[in-house]
Design a protein around this ligand. Structure first.
Ligand code: PLP
Length: 273
């Protein structure tokens, strides 16, 4: 596969990043996952805005968005697939061990993966660990994903594909790599950004297109919600058929099925290619 690394397309087998890259040594990095259909990136400007916000939050230099756009186009052209997800990784770059920052400029990698279409439904578990709604990294899409890896392993132990977190005050927050929506009395609700969740691009579009409300929700809402669904670049809109030991009947339920349809139809139109 051809990837983009520091200014040029390279072969993924031979492309190399320094072993002293701060993305590796201290997790000083950010990323984006961007859906691409027939070689066209979806909602790229929204992703690049979030990449810049994440960079500023971490104190990294602003990414050169012209280069990022060129890199995305080059990787898609070199690896033609009907459906894929671009993975943009941007780190503090090479620097001596123990230094605060890389000293030779940031590292940019753009690769392509994620060619599978999501299953329509999935099982999820809740985990006992909390998301910090007031942390230094809250709302930033950083490569420091170890907490999510641990939670996801818990999900896999229980035959689920996603783990849902509450925040430190017991409110429903988000999944390891997805946002969460619940249906109560026919209305769609999703936790507000103040819950500590990531400002998901899919979340924003689904909320806009379905009129979902931002609502503080206790974690326990998952026991009584009529329907539950997840959103993310990898999952699009995905119905939840089991949460912990609770089976939800007839998934996707009618409201979720409608949200899936609306998302599929509206996202098929070019959103800022
Ligand atoms: N929440 C977290 C923690 C994520 O990592 C992601 C995506 O990777 C999302 C939510 C969903 O965001 P998006 O819809 O932009 O993919």
């Amino acid at each position: 596969m051809k990837i983009w690394l520091d200014g040029a397309l390279r072969d993924s087998e031979t492309a190399r990043v320094s072993v002293f890259d701060h993305g590796l040594t201290v997790g000083d990095g950010i990323f984006e996952t961007v859906k691409a259909v027939d070689g066209r990136p979806f909602a790229l400007t929204r992703h690049l805005d979030r990449l810049t916000r994440s960079a500023r939050g971490l104190g990294l230099p602003d990414p050169d968005l012209d280069e990022v756009r060129r890199a995305c186009a080059a990787v898609l052209e070199a690896n033609p697939v009907p459906l894929g997800r671009l993975r943009l990784t941007y780190t503090g770059g090479h620097g001596p061990l123990g230094s605060d920052r890389g000293d030779q400029g940031p590292t940019l990698v753009v690769a392509l993966g994620g060619t599978a279409r999501r299953p329509d439904t999935t099982a999820v578990v809740t985990v006992p660990w909390t998301r910090n709604e007031r942390g230094a990294l809250t709302g930033l899409k950083t490569t420091s994903y170890a907490e999510n890896v641990v939670a996801l392993a818990r999900a896999h132990e229980h035959g689920a594909t996603e783990a849902l977190f509450a925040n430190t005050v017991g409110q429903l927050c988000e999944g390891t790599g997805s946002n969460v929506f619940v249906v109560l009395d026919g209305e769609i609700h999703t936790p507000p950004l103040a819950s500590g969740c990531l400002a998901g691009i899919t979340r924003a579009l689904v909320a806009e297109w379905t009129g979902a409300k931002e609502t503080d929700l206790p974690l326990d809402v998952l026991r009584e919600a009529d329907e539950i669904f997840l959103t993310s670049t990898l999952r699009d809109v995905q119905a939840v058929h089991r949460v912990d030991d609770r089976e939800l009947s007839a998934t996707p339920g009618p409201v979720t099925a409608k949200a899936m349809r609306i998302f599929d139809e509206r996202s098929a139109a070019d959103i800022d290619p």
